[in-house]
Design a protein around this ligand. Structure first.
Ligand code: HPA
Length: 287
């Protein structure tokens, strides 16, 4: 079955369970999934009930699509994502965000847990992603291109939309939440990095390092959807903090950041929603 038919089948299944027409998609990273439960008039659809949707296997990634309203803005929210290290192929791993685009989302806000590469940063810091380094050696667009979905060679100059980033800075001011900024390096995982790799990544310009997000942004830009990203810096990257890294620590720090993260995300969604409803130029390309 073509990808477009798979997406249409998934969208039809979602429409059978919810009448919400989302304009913003949100992807919730490790330990950050609770935000979905703040939506009003919400419907939850387990990924297992959506045809072609890969099911995530990681603790902290429950695997539900939520539809509902945040500050009056209709949103679709992926609670749990698929990673390459689970064995998903890159094109399968991005099926969820492609579905968000096909459901009508004009912008997708991606969140993740990441290691920080700056010794002076503190676990719990939040970082606006201004650009990324895809260091996985893979790309979800490898294989035949379906022109109906997007171009063979999509531009990535403004992978992280400048207007959405500006709205994140405003949301940070609205809520009094401190927001760092930097470049996110996406690696394959699932092992964490060595201290030598972290030293190399710093040299390459990475401020944060994680195992997600970059494929989703590539797939969304392919479809002409604008993207924004925020990392929760759950730990200092390998070699900077001294102690060994663990997924439990990542989840715990993300959970402790939950209130600041939720306040910021809610304010961001509200501002992006207002920008979308106020501007016809949101239909179409990127800034
Ligand atoms: N490295 C890679 N992925 C991560 C990290 C890290 O230090 N922390 C959370 N996700």
């Amino acid at each position: 079955m073509s990808l477009i038919s798979q997406l249409d089948e998934a969208v039809e299944a979602v429409h059978g369970k919810s009448t919400t027409s989302p304009v913003i998609g949100v992807v919730l990273g490790s330990g950050l999934g609770a935000w979905a439960e703040t939506l009003q008039d919400r419907t939850v659809i387990p990924y297992a009930e959506i045809p072609s949707m890969p099911v995530s296997t990681i603790v902290g990634h429950p695997g539900n699509l939520w539809l509902g309203y945040a500050g009056g803005v209709p949103v679709a929210c992926l609670q749990g994502r698929s990673h390459l290290y689970e064995g998903h192929t890159p094109d399968r791993a991005v099926f969820g965000v492609r579905m968000l685009a096909r459901l009508g989302c004009r912008a997708v806000l991606l969140t993740n847990a990441a290691g920080g590469t700056h010794p002076a940063w503190t676990p719990g810091d939040l970082m606006l992603i201004t650009d990324h380094l895809n260091l996985t050696g893979r790309n979800p667009l490898v294989g035949p291109n379906e022109a109906e979905i997007g171009p063979r060679f999509p531009d990535m100059t403004h992978a992280y939309d400048r207007r959405i980033a500006a709205l994140a800075r405003e949301a940070a001011m609205d809520t009094g939440v401190a927001l760092r900024e930097g470049i996110y390096a996406g690696l394959l995982g699932p092992s964490y990095e060595t201290p030598a790799e972290i030293a190399m990544l710093r040299g390459l310009g990475a401020d944060a390092v994680g195992m997600s997000t970059v494929f989703e942004v590539i797939a969304l830009r392919h479809m002409g959807v604008r993207c924004g990203g925020i990392s929760c810096i759950t730990n200092l990257a390998a070699g900077l903090g001294g102690a060994p890294l663990s997924h439990a620590e990542v989840e715990e720090t993300a959970r402790m950041s939950r209130d600041r993260f939720s306040a910021l995300l809610s304010a961001w969604v509200k501002r992006v929603g207002a920008a979308i409803s106020g501007s016809p130029s949101w239909r179409g390309g990127a800034a």
